[in-house]
Design a protein around this ligand. Structure first.
Ligand SMILES: Cc1cc2nc3c(=O)[nH]c(=O)nc-3n(C[C@H](O)[C@H](O)[C@H](O)COP(=O)(O)O)c2cc1C
Length: 252
């Protein structure tokens, strides 16, 4: 069979991930919006990929708090005005090279609206359908094999403390589920914005797993995250998974 591929060395590896607008608090108490797309989720943890020179990173390291706001695919026009800006008054050389400018008030520049959070100091973004209040648990320096780049990029582990979701995105008849047919995340692929196509491409066999079975992993059966109903003891909770099947049985 003929080889249909050729070798390239892309300068960026932005294969397509959801955009996250990170709210953090500046030293003087004002709020900063940091748009990113290097984010992935496992259990109730999120790992963020951030440049260490960004104001968002500086604020996160100092305060350990943020709100992770997920915009929908029709919200790109809010992000463009703040896309090539930084909340850091001394613009780092790498951002100067990329044409970034300083922006003191990204809410004013973007047209987005702050809304008070419950558990952390930075506000949520009212227009975003999903808003997660979160706490920094730890960080790892990337590129430690390259002495002149070590620590320029960081992987930050965030713990989700509370999730706010726009009511029309909830799956009817369920307390704690999002309707994936309604949730339309904004995706960034190689610096361009996309949405998901409205139709499922193919039915997913992973989706045959009952969602509540994952709850034992996140421990949100024990540590309430403040949903609008008391989950403990509800029928949805009966995942049938115990510590033994998780391989975490400490009584052994
Ligand atoms: C859609 C989008 C996605 C981005 N993704 C990332 C990312 O994943 N990681 C990162 O460090 N910067 C990313 N950036 C660049 C940051 O937004 C940029 O560094 C910005 O200056 C951060 O703001 P701050 O310095 O006020 O924190 C992205 C920018 C945009 C517009």
């Amino acid at each position: 069979m003929a080889d249909t591929h050729s070798i390239i060395t892309p300068a960026i590896m932005y294969w397509g991930t959801p955009v996250v607008l990170i709210m953090t608090e500046n030293e003087e108490g004002t709020a900063n919006i940091g748009p990113i797309s290097s984010a992935w989720w496992l259990g109730h943890r999120c790992v963020l990929g951030l440049a260490s020179v960004s104001q968002t990173t500086i604020n996160l390291m100092r305060t350990k708090q943020c709100v992770l706001n997920l915009p929908s695919d029709d919200m790109g026009h809010y992000i463009n005005p703040i896309a090539k800006t930084t909340g850091a008054p001394d613009i780092p050389p790498v951002k100067q090279m990329l044409g970034y400018e300083y922006c003191k008030d990204k809410f004013a520049r973007s047209g987005l609206t702050p809304r008070a959070s419950d558990l952390v100091r930075p506000p949520r973004i009212a227009e975003c359908p999903v808003q997660m209040e979160a706490e920094l648990m730890g960080s790892t320096e990337l590129m430690s094999d390259m002495p002149d780049r070590k620590g320029f990029l960081l992987a930050l582990e965030m713990k989700i403390l509370r999730t706010h979701v726009r009511k029309d995105l909830r799956l009817a008849g369920h307390t704690n589920r999002v309707d994936p047919d309604r949730w339309r995340p904004l995706i960034m692929s190689f610096q361009q914005f996309y949405g998901l196509t409205p139709q499922r491409s193919v039915e997913s066999s992973l989706a045959t797993i009952e969602e509540e079975k994952y709850r034992m992993l996140t421990r949100s059966d024990v540590v309430s995250q403040g949903g609008d109903m008391d989950r403990v003891g509800s029928e949805e909770m009966d995942s049938g998974i115990d510590e033994r099947s998780m391989g975490t049985d400490s009584s052994k």
